[in-house]
Design a protein around this ligand. Sequence first.
Ligand code: ADP
Ligand code: MG
Length: 390
Amino acid sequence: MNIHEYQAKQIFAKYGVPTPRGIVANTPEQAFLNAQELGGNIWVVKAQIHAGGRGLGGGVKLAKSLEEVKTLASEILGMQLVTHQTGPEGKLVQKVYIEEGADIKDELYLGVVLDRAKEMPVIMASTEGGMEIEKVAEETPEKIVKVAVDPAIGFQGFHGRELLFGLGITDKVEQKNFLKFAKALYNVYMDNDAEMIEINPLIKTGAGEFLALDGKMGFDDSALGRHPDIEDMRDISEEDPDEREASRYGLSYVSLDGEIGCMVNGAGLAMGTMDTINYMGGTPANFLDVGGSANAETVAKGFEIILKNPNVKAIFVNIFGGIVRCDRIANGILEATKLTDVHVPVIVRLDGTNAPEAAEILKNAGIENVIAATDLADGAAKAVAAAKGE
Ligand code: ADP
Ligand code: MG
């Protein structure tokens, strides 16, 4: 689960990670009042969506008067903000964060992510803040310092010194400020079961202080049960409604932009199926793992979710029956054709436990849209051909 910048900054503040002061608003009038309450003479109006790159997309603007705050807020609220992370359709802005303008001397990058190979959180820092970190990683990887922290010992002085050295921070006061910042950020990460925190940019002010100018946080969904305060920060409007519905039925669904709907059991087979579709010249419309406990109901639900996507021109069902029995899947397909209008060809490859029974069920049902496939390659080829209308 991800949260908004203003929410991440609320958590930062609790742990003593310094941020500029700010107040969130839903209307231009409220934005005006927020700026008035913050005081000062420069404010930044920031679109709150679950995506980065807002500045370049026109979602972060500087205002030099209270009236300008109001005008900018009215322009940004309600806009369909397109950034490199939203996809071409963009995201609707429903909230703006009004923040005091900061005195930026230097822009750095600081993040914490889980390194699954090392089985430890890794703090990443770079002097190249404000830019896309992916680009820095690709073009000048030596400019990113990575420090793994063993959770058994926590953040220690030597971790901090490695970061200071990598960032070239030599001034004594700045060193002290930075160490305090990094340690507090590590605590935010650990205490809240975060999966990632990204501060880009982390700024150094003219006074040598460090401030989180931006804040992104993602959490481990499986740990949300112990963080009701974070669960409360969930913004459903930012999440894909189909993915949420799928998760209610125990289906792992991720929508993609291709044409062939996929229904597969097991994440590995699902990835392999998508690769094979690509190899055969087609494009998958989704990732869907029906899981090990798939039954007629979940399969029918899977069809319903896949078919909501108007780009879907064919559906490829690729199930290898182990714990999942193929006859149950076959019944699920029948159920689906009764419950929803399956208006595209369905290519079915069922193999493993009870495959012959499944073939019999489908044959006897005589559904016109169903095409049988013998193996993965055959199924993928038939799905690609069907999607092309061949
Ligand atoms: P995003 O990463 O989504 O584009 P940021 O929060 O990083 O959004 O803001 C983009 C840029 O806007 C920053 O790199 C910074 O230059 C400027 N900016 C953001 N917040 C402030 C602020 N409070 N004061 C001054 N400049 C800001
Ligand atoms: Mg940013």
